[in-house]
Design a protein. Sequence first.
Lengths: 345, 186
Amino acid sequence: MNEHKNKVVGIWLLIGVGMIFFQVILGGITRLTESGLSITEWDVVSGTLPPLNASQWNEVFEAYKASPQYELVNQGMSLSQFKMIYFWEYVHRLWARLLGFVFLLPFLFFIIKRYIKPIEALKYLSIFVLGGLQAMVGWIMVKSGLVDMPWVAPGKLTLHLLLASALYILTLRFALEKLTPKETKYYPKFLRGNIYFLLILIIVQISLGGMLAGWKAALAYPTWPTMNGEWVPTDLFALKPSWKNFLENKATIQFFHRITAYIIIFYVVFIYLKSQSMPVPKLFKRGRHIMLLLAILQVLLGITTLYLSKKGEVPVLFGVLHQACAFLLLMWTVALHYWFKYKEA
Amino acid sequence: MMLLKAASVNNLTDARYFNVLDNAYIGLNFDALNPKNVTIEKATQLIEWLFEPLLVAEFGLHQTKEEIAFILNKFPFSGWQVDIEHPCSHEDFGIQKWLTINDKLAFFDATLTQSAYLIFSEGNVPPQHLECKAILTDIVLDEHTHAAGMLTTLQTDGWNLHLPLEERPGWSSIDLVNELLEHIGH
């Protein structure tokens, strides 16, 4: 009976993981199509419905026309063009609301039906706290692009992405706890430690990716393997103090995004090869091939996105695929790390 | 009369000097990675002391359309300047476009250059029959600049003068510019 309950709760959490993943993709599309600033209000309840008639459409379009993005960048945009950018931001927000329901309603049901113990319920509450925080940061981020600058603050965009990653990792961990049988063999800590380090590297890389997207830094150096002909860009630490370069300098952000990518691929290959000669859990044995495949695919997608950015626009499809692959690799690394967790000497 | 533009002005002495000259533009560089850049705050302070200046906003290769539009909206610029290879070089912000040509002689798209002021680096010869509003030549001013010699070799509609970096507040390169302008008779 307990096994059945665990399975049901695990599937619920896994659906949540899938929905968060899809939300990240929607976020990427929203960013790349520059749709994020199209809805200038934050109405949690009344915003659920889109404009339903011409007068409502005019109202939201007029509100957008007062934004710096319209005034400075999209002057003369037609209503049908506006509807397109509105669509992506609307779907992104609608999906967030849906996520809230998908987590909340079954959660209450599971508590009443005692599928979840009280101590576990407290643990799962962290998902709601993070989710609430994420929604708030999302709005703060959008607001940053409605006042003066016609773009969202890259730091806030990155924080939004990082919180999404945290929510994703946490939910996945909880799902794995419910769905994966506990490992009973003892395995050397060496590999698990290395996977943990890989996980940290991927999170750092996602942060750099967020900054890169926020600053549209791909457009500044759309060449590979060099950065506009230089292996190390001259402007790498042009800003003073040095730490400011990691927040505001496109050369620094893109350079370290590349370097971290090289380290990650090196690390993945290292873990892959090293694990061949070491005792590893069954699931890991199968999963490591996928890890290697995802890492290689991710590098190729990154380079392709960069190359196609030469035309002055980041290609939406490849940009989104690059982001999706990053989150798949993140998911897989969390799982690989987890499969080493439970051991009895 | 020769067109003059002081590139990347970042001190009040230089700005006021060019402000009173006829047909002279003051370039303000908004590329944070350029050592002679000005922030919006500094530009505000400089402009406050100028009388109806002809301002040109200069941008780096990495700056996006949004950043450019944002800066151009801040001050009454007469023109904006980017590298001809910048993805925004085709954009029209409703003011005069100045395009810099780097060392490589890029393939010129006539629709891009027709309405623009083109700035060629020193020693870089513009192609014949080039269609544009004006051709300027980059001049890097330092103690080795020989104004008289330059005049005999350059065929240009104007100069884009790169003044030495201000070493300390109040220090400027006006003497060098003065000498040059005397030769031109500006």
